[in-house]
Design a protein around this ligand. Structure first.
Ligand code: ATP
Ligand code: MG
Length: 439
């Protein structure tokens, strides 16, 4: 057999790697990684997210030989950290010392209100563990960190959601129909987004809404927000969904085209999925497109329950400037109307402002005037064409679902590169945090 002369550095790279995640004001959790060199930045954020579910972590730090903290917020910086770590391991090996795990310090956007919510027993074992997830002590309660999110979803969906199990935390935002809270679901240890809407309706209508919402359990797409359950308490309905730590797109400034392209791919896939289930979204707009630090993009607030939509409409009045001209005129609503809203939303996200002159006193001008067009010099030709096609005044002239998927703008960015969105979300959250200053 021919042996290749592998240096100690290469040999080290093939070994397991133990990452010790420091919990602020507490101990640490060891995570054994079997393929260290292939590790991506967002994998680490993912695991930190499980260890510190209360915090929104966008970056982490490690210490160099002088004890200075170095921030990691991209795959490039991860590589630099790993190569520094492997060099220290090599030194420890040469000197016959015990190999120290790689110590990292998560940097949270907001300090978590209640740390260590899982009642984690600290594990500071230096040796590698058998788990591929974070190593935790045996005394961990059943809501162990090792549970995958699919498992959690199942538990959440099967177990009836109820008010007693939910601890409301921050307010994430107010909409036209209700308020969205970040909440902690005690039995599962999962962070949720709970939308609470006040509705003075009969018990009969409440039942109808609940049965119409049933279809949400069947929605299973990575481009659609996960649904965990809904319940009525007195005159308000609470709808529990997956929490997205990047929030909605309406609060981001002008989004660069290479990021927006990847977001558009996800939104088009999400819409295509809903349409395949014969569900029209009916409320496509930037505030109903959510992102997270893993680079995922998901749609929320689509109209699965006619009764819920009607009840909200009766209680709250509001104009929806993202509505297609035919809808403003009271004509029939269809897939094409969702496509218009997709077009105007992405035009707004690209420009960093709503494309019609503001304030938009009368929606009638959307019906009467020519559609706005993206400035050609500033954006690529496929992008300008994509928006123009989606915003054709005649519904039938707008692209059909398969034409959207086959459009050069979508094809170009349909590369599965979640890191682009992930890094952009992390940077934006970091920026927001630094502008807000210390809590
Ligand atoms: P409208 O009521 O007109 O649809 P809206 O979409 O802004 O407007 P809501 O749907 O009530 O209003 O949402 C309020 C805000 O809560 C959103 O803008 C978004 O920032 C935040 N939000 C909603 N759902 C989630 C979620 N699952 N994860 C994180 N943030 C969320
Ligand atoms: Mg919304």
């Amino acid at each position: 057999m021919l042996w290749l002369p592998l240096g100690p550095f290469h040999a080290m790279e093939n070994q397991m790697l133990v990452i010790r995640i420091k919990i602020p004001n507490s101990g640490a959790v060891d995570w054994t990684v079997h393929s260290g060199p292939q590790l991506l930045f967002r994998d680490v954020l993912d695991v930190i997210g499980q260890v510190l579910p209360e915090a929104t972590t966008t970056a982490f730090e490690y210490e160099d030989e002088d004890g200075d903290r170095i921030t990691v917020r991209s795959d490039e910086e991860m590589k630099a950290m790993l190569s520094y770590y492997y060099s220290t391991v090599m030194e420890q090996q040469v000197n016959g010392q015990l190999i120290e795990p790689l110590l990292i310090f998560p940097r949270a956007c907001k300090p978590p209100g209640e740390r260590n919510i899982h009642g984690l027993k600290v594990n500071t074992r230096a040796g590698p563990s058998q788990h591929s997830g974070p190593a935790v002590s045996d005394s961990l309660p059943s809501n162990s960190l090792k549970k995958s999110s699919a498992e959690l979803k199942k538990i959440l969906a099967n177990g009836q959601m109820n008010e007693q199990d939910i601890r409301y935390r921050d307010t994430l935002g107010h909409g036209n129909g209700g308020t969205v809270y970040k909440a902690y679901h005690v039995p599962s240890g999962k962070i949720l987004a709970v939308k609470v809407i006040l509705l003075d309706i009969t018990l009969e209508l409440q039942k109808q809404i609940m049965s119409e919402l049933e279809i949400l359990y069947k929605c299973d797409s990575s481009y659609i927000i996960g649904f965990y359950g809904a319940f009525f308490v007195e005159n308000r309905i609470s709808i529990c969904t997956e929490f997205m730590d990047g929030g909605s797109l309406d609060v981001y400034r002008k989004i660069p085209e290479h990021v927006l392209g990847r977001i558009a791919v996800a939104v088009v896939k999400g819409l295509t999925y809903l349409w395949s289930l014969k569900i029209l979204h009916r409320d496509v707009k930037p505030s109903n497109m959510l992102v997270n630090t893993r680079g995922q993009v998901k749609l929320c607030d689509f109209g699965v329950s006619t009764q819920l939509v009607n009840s909200i409409a009766k209680t709250y009045v509001g104009t929806n400037a993202y509505m297609a001209p035919e809808r403003i005129s009271g004509e029939q609503y269809g897939i094409h109307s969702d496509v218009w809203s997709l077009g105007i939303s992405f035009m707004e996200l690209a420009l960093g402002r709503f494309p019609y002159p503001q304030p938009l006193q009368l929606l009638q001008c959307i019906v009467d005037e020519d559609s706005p067009v993206l400035p050609v010099g500033e954006f690529s030709e496929p992008f300008v064409h994509f928006i123009t096609q989606c915003m054709r005044k005649q519904p039938k002239e707008r692209p059909a679902p398969e034409e959207l998927m086959g459009h050069p703008f979508i094809v170009q960015f349909n590369d599965g590169n979640a890191a682009v969105v992930s890094m952009w979300v992390c940077r934006a959250l970091e920026e927001r945090r630094s502008q807000q200053g210390p809590p």
